[in-house]
Design a protein around this ligand. Structure first.
Ligand SMILES: O=C(O)CCC(=O)C(=O)O
Ligand SMILES: [Fe+2]
Length: 345
């Protein structure tokens, strides 16, 4: 299977910004316009009574589509260890990573790739990052496919995945309650065979952050996403009221965001918000996104209990496979997949 052009971040091409990374003028980040550290809501999961936590999460999902959580119960050392092992994988010499390079086979389970956007004309502009994707659940099907170097990669990812599974379900219960639904509602709607993918993102220092992006503007196609990011380096930015705001890297916090599927299930009440990663000149940044997504055969549409005369359905029901097809069709573009499933009034 053919591989696409790939830019190793630790190969010689990354010592300078190659033309392959330079975005057309209108897609550049315009960093001077970003307020430095206005932030998204920070929610303490240990706060009592828990109804207060439900309310705060609900408000955050409506107004930002993003929030950070602290006192979440996932051991900090495990998260630090996870980011360290992910960084160590990306920092291996190119020949050690080459076996994982993405091919054109979409069913490939474990893949190392660069995102790209379509530039002027036919050319593709690569993002200033390397991404490494694989399943995080069910791990017995996937663990043997993961890197053996760094030596502890498999073991640490397995431990981390276990914790993320518990956290993800807890968040889905809180979000269901915020919508006034039974606490198991969202997990049931997303189905018994969710697609659980993890994506490590590695952003090396960039000689000219104004000319490129670490990750293009996008929404997540998941139902829900949980991100762990490096401490002390900003990069993730979120649209709020038409402006980019930087997500402050709070020690020992997770960033949580509503994906396209919860936007549809909640009939537009909770927002899947556009976000991007920008680069900086001096410090590398690592993040690990874990996505919780429906299986291909799951039917997604506005939950019936959320529909009434005042709230007519905004989307049609679809199989998640249809959503994925549309997503792949829009690859490289500024993705607007949910719009395809909107019901016009
Ligand atoms: O690096 C980040 O913080 C953002 C990652 C992200 O948005 C993604 O992987 O979908
Ligand atoms: Fe994302």
């Amino acid at each position: 299977m053919a591989t696409q052009t790939f830019h190793f971040t630790n190969g010689s091409s990354h010592l300078s910004l190659s033309p392959d990374h330079v975005l057309p003028q209108d897609q550049r980040p315009n960093l001077t316009q970003t307020p430095l550290l206005s932030s998204i809501p920070v929610i303490d999961l240990s706060e009592q009574p828990s109804a207060l936590v439900v309310d705060k999460i609900s408000k955050a999902c409506e107004e930002y589509g993003f929030f950070q959580i602290i006192n979440h119960g996932v051991p900090r050392e495990l998260c630090d260890g996870m980011l360290a092992v992910v960084a160590a994988f990306f920092e291996l010499p190119p020949e050690e990573k080459a076996p994982f390079l993405a091919t054109t086979d979409r069913t490939q389970q474990v893949r190392l790739f660069n995102y790209y956007v379509k530039g002027d004309g036919e050319n593709k502009v690569s993002m200033w990052s390397e991404c490494f994707g694989h399943l995080w659940h069910p791990l017995d099907q996937t663990l043997h496919l993961l890197p053996q170097n760094p030596p502890r990669y498999r073991e640490i990812i397995a431990e981390y995945a276990e914790e993320i599974g518990v956290l993800m379900k807890r968040l889905l219960r809180l979000i269901s309650q915020g919508l006034g639904l039974h606490q198991d509602c969202l997990e049931k709607k997303i189905g018994e065979s969710p697609m659980c993918r993890a994506q490590g993102n590695y952003y090396p220092p960039c000689p000219d952050p104004e000319l490129t992006l670490g990750l293009n503007v996008h929404t997540d196609i998941s139902a829900l996403t949980v991100v762990r990011q490096s401490e002390g380096v900003t990069g993730l930015q979120v649209i709020k009221d038409g402006h980019w705001v930087a997500v402050e890297p709070i020690p020992d916090a997770f960033v949580v965001n509503v994906g396209d599927q919860i936007q549809v299930l909640s009939n537009g009440r909770y927002k899947s918000v556009h976000h991007r990663a920008v680069t900086n000149e001096t410090r590398k940044r690592v993040s690990m996104a874990t996505f919780y997504t429906p299986g291909k055969d799951t039917v997604i549409g506005p939950i019936r209990d959320l529909i009434d005369k005042q709230h007519p359905p905004l989307y049609r029901d679809y199989y998640f496979s249809e959503f994925l097809e549309e997503f792949f069709k829009q690859e490289g573009a500024r993705r607007m997949v949910t719009e395809i499933f909107e019901l016009k009034a």
